[in-house]
Write a protein that binds this ligand. Structure first.
Ligand code: BES
Ligand code: MN
Ligand code: MN
Length: 461
């Protein structure tokens, strides 16, 4: 494959001379609408898996395969240089969040475009763009100095819907997935001039609730005032789940929360963060959260209770006088060490059921969950990632706590006994999951440049 380039080319030169092609190839992947949540995209999800497989083959892996699951397929590939060398397992996901609301995109979600030095498309940052950095980093290494480690790739298609089939796959393929460490690029850095590495992620409990009042929608005048309105009841139940200090009132909710020491909290708050810029960016006059904690702490080390959606009754045009039969809400709770997803889901469910007045019936349906993690900063792999980033960014990366969740990190630790390094290159302002998601060209190419250095330093450690 590397016929036109001399083997003495450096990584930087190789990237530089292939930039347009790398982007063309990434755009091809971004054009595939691999939305895992919606079954109407099933074939597209499959096409994305095939694209990832063939791009890994072109990059130079020894073997690549599509592993079917009960849901969307998993792509597995490997390049074993020498079994005696260390092995890095690269994890990522090629599925994306639904693109809606469509009318808020400046250009269509699956028609990638570059504007102001950024790639705009659903999945550009989360996580196709970041997965593709690893594919191109492999090609670059093989086209230049070679590969100092063995590499395995596990790129799944169900991360955005809870990775429900990955645990079984992992259990059944322990030998195949054998490695020394897991490398993941699916998180962000503080800023392009302030590199960072997430050393913790929150866990998740996601539930849906249904409150039923009367057995049918009623006339709000004929019955109103005498029968419970399930929307009102649901709002009251939810409103009572936080006190004046925005402390969650579910009994036992905080029991297992690992409180950080004063020194640890001070350390965490040393990370560069400008509250005024933060508010300005979101167009809010004030932040909001648990009393006694800073914004970095509220997103990094404290659990949350958030409504993701609430609905019921009449929401169409004009006015309809109706006392609805049902009301619904989707609720996510972000968890921190040492909370357990199943336990929190049960605490919520028991409490929600216990506070429901006799005038309604309630139903709680748990969705996916995941456990929180902290990753080590004293491991050879973390040190290699930090050294690699320091070299390409010109600054030591700051260890940070990410507010999002990647549930498979804890799962891999449990099933494979492997720790992960979260060497992400996105920015929190990349609008992942939102309209106009984007990924900086700077970030994409910085990733491709940094990854080979990770292998170099990790192999030498
Ligand atoms: N890549 C994100 C998680 C993330 C983003 C971590 C930014 C840290 C910083 C991932 O794709 C994601 O969206 N995860 C979901 C959880 C999943 C179970 C649906 C999340 O955090 O909501
Ligand atoms: Mn992701
Ligand atoms: Mn995501």
């Amino acid at each position: 494959m590397n016929t036109t380039n001399t083997p003495t080319m450096t990584v930087k030169e190789y990237i530089h001379s292939n930039k347009p092609r790398f982007l063309d190839e990434l755009f091809e992947l971004l054009r595939i609408s691999s939305v895992s949540a919606d079954s109407k995209y099933k074939e597209d999800v499959k096409r994305a898996a095939e694209f990832v497989k063939s791009s890994l083959e072109k990059a130079g892996v020894d073997k690549a395969e599509i592993c079917p699951t009960k849901g969307h397929p998993i792509v597995y590939a490997e390049k074993i240089v020498d079994p005696k060398l260390k092995t890095v397992l690269v994890y990522g996901h090629y599925d994306v969040q639904p693109p809606d609301p469509l009318d808020l995109w400046t250009t269509p979600a699956f028609e990638p475009q570059i504007r102001d030095e950024k790639i705009y498309a659903r999945g550009s940052c989360d996580d196709k763009g970041q997965v593709f950095m690893h594919v191109k980093a492999l090609e670059t290494m093989l086209g230049t100095s070679g590969l100092p480690c063995n590499i395995k790739f596990l790129i799944e298609g169900e991360e955005e819907v809870g990775s429900s089939n990955l645990t079984e796959f992992t259990r059944n393929n322990k030998e195949k997935l054998k490695a020394d460490v897991i490398l993941i690029s699916d998180t962000s850095i503080i800023a392009n001039d302030t590199p960072s590495i997430d050393v913790g992620l929150r866990g998740l409990s996601y539930v849906e609730v249904e409150v039923t009042g009367p057995n049918r929608d009623l006339h709000s005048g004929v019955y109103g005032g005498a029968v419970a309105n399930p929307i009102q009841i649901l709002c009251e139940m939810i409103a009572g789940m936080k006190d004046q200090n925005n402390h969650i009132t579910i009994p036992g909710f905080y029991d297992d929360v690992l409180e950080l020491s004063k020194a640890e909290r001070e350390e965490l708050n040393k990370a560069p963060f400008n509250l005024e810029d933060y508010k300005k960016d979101l167009n809010i006059d004030d932040v909001h959260g648990e009393t006694g904690y800073t914004t970095l702490e509220r997103t990094g080390i404290r659990p949350t209770f958030e409504l993701n959606g609430i609905w019921g009754g009449y929401t169409g045009e004009g006015a309809k006088t109706v006392l609805p039969s049902k009301a619904f809400a989707k609720i996510s709770m972000r968890l921190v060490p040492n909370q357990k997803s199943d336990k929190i889901t049960k605490l919520f469910s028991d409490y929600f059921t216990s506070i429901a007045p006799k005038s309604v019936k309630v139903k709680v349906t748990p969705h996916h969950g995941g456990e929180p993690v902290v990753t080590p900063t004293d491991s050879p792999a973390y040190k290699a990632a930090a050294k690699a980033m320091e070299e390409t960014f010109g600054k030591k990366p700051i260890p940070t706590r990410g507010g999002g969740s990647i549930p498979i990190v804890a799962m891999f630790e449990k099933e494979l006994g492997l720790k992960s390094v979260l060497m992400g290159f996105g920015l929190d302002s990349d609008l992942i999951h939102s309209p106009n998601e984007h990924f900086g060209l700077f970030n994409f190419f910085k990733g491709i440049e940094t990854i080979p250095l990770f292998y170099k330093y990790y192999a030498a450690s």
